[in-house]
Design a protein around this ligand. Sequence first.
Ligand SMILES: CC(=O)SCCNC(=O)CCNC(=O)[C@H](O)C(C)(C)COP(=O)(O)OP(=O)(O)OC[C@H]1O[C@@H](n2cnc3c(N)ncnc32)[C@H](O)[C@@H]1OP(=O)(O)O
Ligand SMILES: O=C([O-])CC(=O)C(=O)O
Length: 370
Amino acid sequence: MTATKGLEGIVAATSSISSIHDGVLAYRGINIDDLAERATYEETAYLLWYGKLPTKNQLANLQNQLSEYAPVPEAVLEQMKLYPANANTMAVLRTSVSALALYDEQANDNTRDCNQIKAIKLQAQLPTLIAAFARIREGKEPVAPLKGVSLAHNFLYMLSGEEPDPVAVRALDQALVLHADHELNASTFSARVTIATLSDIYSGITSAIGTLKGPLHGGANEAVMQMLSEIGTLDQVEPYIQSKLANKEKIMGFGHRVYKNGDPRAKHLQKMSRQLGLMKGDTTLYDISVKVEELVTNQKGLKPNVDFYSASVYTMLGIPRDLFTPIFAISRLSGWTAHILEQLDDNRIIRPRAEYTGATNQQYIPIDLR
Ligand SMILES: CC(=O)SCCNC(=O)CCNC(=O)[C@H](O)C(C)(C)COP(=O)(O)OP(=O)(O)OC[C@H]1O[C@@H](n2cnc3c(N)ncnc32)[C@H](O)[C@@H]1OP(=O)(O)O
Ligand SMILES: O=C([O-])CC(=O)C(=O)O
């Protein structure tokens, strides 16, 4: 038995949800470029869950369900008020999703219909949880979700309590489409491992949130923004990047396990970053990002991944840095739950082997003789 470090190149499941072939990402066979330009996030979530794009009626039903389920139990919000105001937002989300299970009488019902409803519920409730904590930590009351608006609209509304700018709603919606699913990435894999024991959907999503949090995965978007802030001005890009590379430090938002010639989602976020900069009359963040890309690509041959330009996009939308990874979770929730449903449709516990490299033929030594 020989281990493959990081399971690189190992095919660990079959799936009909999303595919990456020759650098092209597709959800249910539809190219992400097409979806990014034309689909809403709600249509995308429907596509991931049900395998096809919704009709007008099906989409309206889903939107009604999302509106109906968006409020979260008062007890979960009350509990949130006890969390430290400076708590890590992904830790808050992980704990809050786990808490939601306590108030759902069907939490442990693993029938398909029930899990599908819980997937929609979780999709509706994640934005409410995140926006509520963002306000509670500032000493403000949470804003109740609106009915009949998109998830992106509702999230921005619940953050500020004001009607969001339609351009910001469209930009966030497009970002959500782009992040919704990505084959067997680390957080999706952990959701599948958890549900494959026949645990429950809340446990699967709690595992996935914990996995997305890390800076090698979803947490990279916050690390990118940290880097852009440290760089500050265009003339500082070169010395900053050269020093990082000389010290063999990773440049966050670059590289990918699967894409070696570039992440097809990055160009959409780059375009969005440029447009938002032009609209605001300040392209500094975009210009710094482009210069970082130029240097890292020329010197290391590494291309930006989905996390790189999303950092400047979210900042230009006025979103605090520590909500970037929670926003990724809002989007990936549809992918995670689609994978949980797929795993349960044809389940087998996921239990690989390890190549043992420790000591052998050791004797037990009584404690007095050690
Ligand atoms: C949504 C997402 O999860 S997208 C990924 C988000 N994560 C990041 O942006 C963090 C930065 N990137 C990375 O850490 C990695 O590229 C990962 C985690 C994305 C992929 O990791 P792996 O597939 O294991 O790539 P691996 O680490 O083997 O990289 C291969 C080589 O490129 C280097 N490399 C990879 N990414 C970077 C980077 N961002 N900056 C500098 N060097 C890098 C590695 O150091 C390694 O060099 P070596 O062969 O000299 O040791
Ligand atoms: O697939 C991966 O390894 C990481 C990634 O890009 C994602 O989850 O969107």
